[in-house]
Write a protein that binds this ligand. Structure first.
Ligand code: AP5
Ligand code: MG
Length: 193
């Protein structure tokens, strides 16, 4: 079963590439950002609380995100296809929780793919998306905060997976289909092993 994580800084293309990978490899897409935005949209208690973090560019608390992920998905259930985790784990604590939940099960994570994009390009992409997205975090001040939080809280997750021998980095600069080919190459190579 193919179970992968797509990680990288805000705007690196996790959502864009997930949509293509879902089609090619018949995967289920689990985006914690999208789960949170659905809660915000429905004005639930969790959504209102989550938005108070998201709109300032902060991460929501680990306990909240783990609960939402487990409640909203069949991560623990037997299933007929693999999955892509997009935007989770985002802290070393989340990564450790995920390993504990999934290790040895059919949901064990195969590897993480880190999509690497230059900061200037990330800001350009997110500001452009902010013209139409309606996302409370697609404005310059919040984008800068998200990038800073990424460096301090999320980048260490890469080292955690390097330590487990489950880390791949790809160049996320260029056209969407070029980047998709690079990710597909990693997946195909891993699955020939
Ligand atoms: P989340 O929704 O995960 O947002 P993010 O990580 O900030 O990333 P984005 O969704 O903004 O970007 P992306 O990498 O998906 O890129 P995309 O494909 O859209 O999280 C939002 C917030 O929720 C967090 O800040 C946090 O508060 C909270 N949260 C979520 N998960 C959490 C967790 N696990 N723990 C705690 N808190 C959590 O592309 C971006 C734009 O660029 C698009 O417009 C796209 O069309 C364009 N684009 C894509 N590829 C290219 C390309 N190659 N060339 C040009 N443009 C491109
Ligand atoms: Mg996204």
């Amino acid at each position: 079963m193919l179970n992968i994580m797509l990680c990288g800084a805000p705007g690196c293309g996790k959502g864009t590439q997930s949509a293509l990978l879902v089609e090619k490899y018949n995967l289920k897409h689990l985006s914690t950002g999208e789960l949170l935005r659905a809660e915000i949209e429905s004005k639930s208690e969790v959504g209102i609380l989550a938005d108070s973090y998201i709109s300032k560019g902060n991460l929501v608390p680990d306990e909240m995100i783990i609960e939402i992920l487990l409640k909203s998905t069949d991560l623990l259930a037997n299933k007929s296809c693999g999955f892509i985790l997009d935007g989770f784990p985002r802290t070393v604590e989340q990564a450790m929780a995920l390993e504990n939940i999934s290790k040895g099960s059919p949901n064990d994570i195969n590897f993480l793919i880190d999509i690497q994009v230059e900061t200037k390009e990330l800001i350009t992409r997110l500001l452009k998306r902010g013209e139409t997205s309606g996302r409370s975090d697609d404005n310059l001040d919040t984008i800068k905060k998200r990038l800073q939080i990424y460096e301090t809280k999320t980048a260490p997750v890469n080292d955690y997976y390097k330590g487990l021998g489950k880390y791949h980095a790809i160049n996320g600069m260029g056209e969407v289909d070029e980047i998709f080919s690079r990710i597909s190459e990693v997946i195909n190579t891993e699955f020939k092993k």
